[in-house]
Design a protein around this ligand. Structure first.
Ligand SMILES: C[S@@+](CC[C@H](N)C(=O)[O-])C[C@H]1O[C@@H](n2cnc3c(N)ncnc32)[C@H](O)[C@@H]1O
Length: 349
């Protein structure tokens, strides 16, 4: 149970939309969440949203017949194409990026933030569309996925990154980079990442230096490589804890991690049985929500797929409005959030 959530009233997303716009079968609501089955979010009140966190279609189905096999499930981009939401011409897609960005600008409040997922080939198009709509993109986060599926291993680099353009409407946005230990959400989702990132960068650099400094031209066995790695880890251990302690500063009575938040993060992509072929991990979504919004904030995901953003937002005590046009994913999202609501972890009352 999170420790900083104010007791919300039932269905606090209700007053944010113009209900005359909707028919009843398009909407399912729970405590602090609503899912709309629609292909637009024109019903969301202007200037009402604190954070847009969304993963719109990437439009990469035309480029690849890439399939990933997980267990007995086949997840494929061709499947997305068959669903009809990832196969636009470039001109059509760029025009959609403009429409979506203008709507993002309309619904965000001043000082509201956005974090929008994007494939590498469209980063600059989306960045410019957001700027043209009057928003201020700030950093593009590179999300590295260590468990990416190696396809065409001998021909080209595997695709192990996605990109997330973050930014604000106007200024004075929420950015929770200071962690003083009083918030379990910030400790769990931001401090853990910043500390692990520091440790990983120390280890990575030292292992690389050690392996590169081996006698040049001399062939080595895998056993020798692993011995080098082991040696370097042993050498590093005492120094690492000192480096971690140095990340904190005294501020009054508290020890504060004044986090320097990197624009590159490492999270495994969703593995095992997925509800959606491009399902995002709740851990990454929770990190972005914790960093870019306050408890009880209103989060919007207008391309919600399996409602992963809904799970992350409600789990962190935010209110969330989700929009999904596909009947199958809409229903999966409803089942997912109803299932979570029936567990005590989301029962704030
Ligand atoms: C990349 S997927 C999102 C997956 C999601 N992040 C998850 O973790 O499950 C994009 C979703 O947007 C939906 N979609 C596409 N066009 C839409 C539109 N105009 N309005 C609402 N949803 C749309 C698709 O059906 C698809 O489920």
């Amino acid at each position: 149970m999170v420790d900083e959530i104010k007791k919300p009233k039932r269905a606090q997303t209700k007053n944010l939309v113009n209900k005359t716009y909707l028919t009843s079968d398009e909407l399912v609501e729970g405590r602090n969440w609503s899912i709309y089955k629609r292909s637009d979010f024109g019903f969301v009140e202007t200037n009402s949203v604190d954070l847009i966190l969304t993963d719109p279609p990437f439009n990469i189905a035309r480029d690849t017949n890439f399939h990933t096999y997980e267990g007995n499930t086949i997840n494929s981009y061709r499947f997305d194409k068959e669903k009809g939401w990832d196969s636009y011409s470039r001109e059509e897609f760029v025009s959609l990026l403009g429409e979506w960005s203008r709507e993002f600008h309309r619904v965000l409040r001043k000082g509201g933030s956005f974090a929008v997922f994007c494939a590498d080939k469209y980063v600059s198009y989306l960045y410019h569309a957001l700027e043209d709509a009057g928003l201020s993109p700030r950093r593009t986060v590179t999300w590295r996925k260590p468990n990416a599926v190696p396809v065409n291993r001998s021909v080209m680099m595997m695709s192990s990154c996605e990109f997330i353009i973050t930014g604000v409407k106007d200024r004075n946005s929420v950015f929770n980079a200071d962690i003083d230990g009083s918030s379990s959400i910030l400790r769990q989702h931001i401090e853990s990442l910043l500390v692990a990132d520091k440790v990983a960068s120390i280890v990575e650099l030292s292992v690389r230096q050690e392996l590169m400094s081996r006698e040049r031209g001399k062939s080595v066995t895998p056993v020798e490589v692993s011995r080098h790695v082991n040696d370097v880890l042993q050498k590093l251990l005492p120094g690492i804890s000192k480096r971690v302690e140095k990340m904190y500063r005294s501020k009054g009575d508290a020890q504060v991690l004044e986090g320097c938040v990197p624009n590159a993060v490492v999270f495994n992509s969703k593995s095992g049985q997925r509800l959606h072929p491009t399902e995002k991990p709740v851990s990454l979504l929770s990190y972005l929500i914790a960093l870019l919004s306050e408890p009880n904030a209103l989060v919007l995901d207008p391309f919600s797929g399996s409602a992963s953003t809904g799970e992350a937002a409600v789990g962190l005590g935010r209110r969330v409005v989700l929009v999904e046009k596909d009947e199958e994913f809409f229903q999966k999202g409803v089942v997912r959030l109803k299932g979570l609501e029936s567990q005590s972890v989301l029962d704030f009352e």
